[in-house]
Design a protein around this ligand. Sequence first.
Ligand code: CUA
Length: 401
Amino acid sequence: MNLSNSTRNGSSISIIWIIVGGLAIIFGGLLIGTVVPFILPIEGSAEAQQVDGLFRFMLVIGGAIFLLVNGVLVYSIIRFRARTNDYADGPPIQGNTTLELVWTLIPAIIVTVLTIYAYSVWVNIQSEKPNEQEVDVTGQRFAWTFTYTVTENELADLGVTRDQLPEEVNAVFASEGGAVNFNSLQLHTWVGQPVHVSLHTEDVNHAFWIPGMRIKQDLLAGRVTDIRFTPIEPGVYRIVCAELCGSGHGNMAGEVDERGNLTGAWLIVHPDEETFVQEFYKPEAQNVLFPPEDPVERGRQILASGAYPCSGCHVLTELSWAGVQAPNLDSIGTRAETRVAGLSASDYLHQSIREPYAYIVPGYQNIMPVFSNDPNEPNTQYMPDSDLEAIVAYLLTLQGG
Ligand code: CUA
């Protein structure tokens, strides 16, 4: 009688403890899922809200399991520790079917729910949205380039007609099926505009990551991959390469230099379409539709546009380039005069773009791609003679000690 009374008392006490412990674990999990996301960057896109929702959900479950496992562990260490002079073995345990069913079924349910939830978030992100802005992204060692298109319709929006265009631009328009492209070192868009980026690489694998948008997508050699996002907060967001791609991998990320200039790749989200057009699209389109006649101006514009991946490896302060794998181009016009005996500054600059392997500046490696005037030459990048002449004309003006 005595014995059964005390057992009944003991079990009602332990039920209370199990309820208290269970509630502590659930609230602890909710607390972890609420507090930890404060260390995440700003949620800059609609997709970021969905990704963070999924992340919080996993944190609540993971946090509760963490507290349960460690709570039981700490309790067992204290409650069942060996007493002084107690050398007895523990009781022999054969197994517990109920317990095994519970710890198999609960994780199976959790994993199934997470799979369905995560898959639906992924499908939401990758589904085509109405009226998407299309941007091509090129990754190459060690810079990103963003390519925009001016179509015949957009020409009309800019107040320009085909017959106003210079002859060579009009020829491009005709050969490209009524469109002409321009490049930018930054990705520009505006709040509320769904963006669809198509990614391809000129060399090895890279990964396109915008932490503030919570999107990350690999670039795979020989394939075009894509990812979508819709910005909801205006601002400037870092773009990062998340795949180790060589010695200049770190240059494929947006940085701020000591003068406060943005270097590398950034996403600029304008507050509205009007600002995007006035501050970015119109001036850039104007540049490509009416290229400056002056070769120096033209060369500067070509390099600043990111049409060639020079910014990832060279320093050029005037254009906010901050690469370190290749020689500094500030005042290259002066240094080119004496760099290789027998070559004039202009000849040396021509050679170092068409045949960069011919002379390697001491202290650097032979990593620069060959820029050929033949678009079909294998293992080279195409640079027409007109671009080369303009670039050399600009580089020659970079004078100094
Ligand atoms: Cu590109 Cu790392």
